[in-house]
Design a protein around this ligand. Structure first.
Ligand SMILES: NC(=O)c1ccc[n+]([C@@H]2O[C@H](COP(=O)([O-])OP(=O)(O)OC[C@H]3O[C@@H](n4cnc5c(N)ncnc54)[C@H](O)[C@@H]3O)[C@@H](O)[C@H]2O)c1
Ligand SMILES: CC(C)[C@H](C(=O)O)[C@@H](O)C(=O)O
Ligand SMILES: [Mg+2]
Length: 362
């Protein structure tokens, strides 16, 4: 019997259309093999949506996403829209999508692939075996807290304001995602906060500590975010699963990317309590290399694998895609961001073709 899935594609801006084209081809190839039919619908978000409609997330796009089984997003943003006020920028479209679909949990795995150890910024002995999952809260914290805005003070000076706020229930629901993930992985959860300074972090730490009573099999530790950034680079293997707030998770996941060689390799899954998830690379629209066929499409391809695994409950084709990525790297194929001496330098399209060849041969 053929399985049918409705997938919304959000190419967005910059390298978005280049990398999403590769992921779509990969999905079609594994779909054929496993009797899965994907019905793809493209919608606008980010700068592309601003140019076409004046809004970073047209209501139409959100509706199309809501009515699909999963959403595959590339990236949004670019220099062209940088001077717009924050609520009209491409990034506001992305935040609107996350909030609109209730995607409070963002899973960002950072795993070193043996083939890419030489592409890492750190020494072999430091990164070999690194396998970290950052569980980032995605619909709260300083990204969404109120008041927010640029206000005028009594003296006529401007004052920019954002508010970092979490309720106990928001902390508890992301905490549970962290504990459950740690339980299935290496059994260790590190909660990252800034409880030495911030009240919101004191509440965070308190709530996570209480929740730990329900997970006696998970070893919980706490770390301040500044130390966590340093420890990630000094001794990353001490980490298994990290749970943290929106802003800290954003920053730590980019840092974790460099352990694994390149941000062009890291996928993510954004999930809510129900409804479609959004699957997107950790990286952005890379305007500096857009339109040059230089982007690494593998973070997008691995996001499509996460979509199969977490969004559609299709772990077998997800495994096959991940295995295909390992094999193509094993053959020595590299885009510029993960290039090392003696390897074959490929553009985005050629990397896609090489991967398809590997998958078709399976
Ligand atoms: N999820 C998203 O849509 C998302 C995430 C991060 C940043 N952004 C947006 O993207 C724009 C650019 O932001 P930035 O430059 O800070 O971050 P970025 O991640 O787009 O780029 C940072 C650096 O990494 C490189 N890079 C990123 N992805 C790559 C890939 N797949 N292959 C090869 N190299 C890659 C870029 O060329 C650049 O040098 C901004 O507008 C930002 O807001 C969007
Ligand atoms: C573009 C921006 C809004 C976004 C974030 O900060 O969440 C990005 O950096 C990410 O990591 O997905
Ligand atoms: Mg980020």
């Amino acid at each position: 019997m053929t399985q049918n899935y409705r997938i919304t594609l959000l190419p967005g801006d910059g390298i978005g259309s280049e990398i999403i084209a590769v992921a779509v081809n990969v999905l079609k190839v594994v779909g054929k093999k496993y009797n899965i039919q994907f019905e793809f619908t493209e919608a606008l978000i980010g700068g592309a949506a601003i140019d076409a409609t004046g809004e970073p997330l047209p209501a139409d796009s959100l509706d199309i996403c809501r009515n699909s089984d999963a959403v595959l997003l590339a990236a949004i943003g670019g220099y062209k829209w940088d001077s717009l006020p924050s609520h009209l920028r491409p990034e506001a479209g992305l935040l609107g999508l996350r909030a609109g679909l209730g995607l409070f949990a963002n899973l960002r795995p950072a795993k070193i692939l043996p083939q890419l150890i030489d592409a890492s910024s750190l020494k072999r002995e430091v990164v070999e075996g690194v396998d970290i999952l950052v569980v980032r809260e995605l619909t709260g914290g300083i990204y969404f807290g109120k008041p927010k805005g640029i206000f005028e003070t009594e003296t006529g000076e401007k004052r920019g304001v954002n508010t970092m706020a979490y309720t106990e229930s928001e902390i508890e629901r992301i905490g549970r995602v962290g504990f459950e993930a740690a339980r299935k992985r290496g059994g260790k959860l590190c909660s990252v906060d800034k409880a030495n300074v911030l009240e919101v972090s004191q509440l965070w730490r308190d709530r996570i500590t209480k929740l730990a009573q329900e997970y006696p099999d998970v070893e919980l530790s706490h770390m301040y975010v500044d130390n966590a950034a340093m420890q990630l680079l000094r001794a990353p293997k001490q980490f298994d699963t990290i749970v943290t707030g929106n802003l800290f998770g954003d920053i730590l996941s980019d840092a974790a990317a460099m352990l694994t060689g390149s941000i062009g390799m890291l996928p993510s899954a954004s999930l809510g309590a129900s409804g479609p998830g959004v699957f997107e690379p950790v990286h952005g629209s890379a305007p500096d290399i857009a339109g040059q066929d230089k982007a690494n499409p593998l973070a997008q391809v691995l996001s499509a694998a996460m979509m199969l695994r977490y969004g559609l409950n299709e772990p077998t084709p997800a495994d096959e895609i991940e295995q295909g990525v390992l094999e193509v790297l094993q053959k020595g194929d590299r885009t510029g961001d993960i290039m090392s001496p003696g390897m074959n330098l490929l553009g985005c399209r050629a990397m896609g073709k090489a991967l398809i060849q590997v998958l078709e041969a399976k």
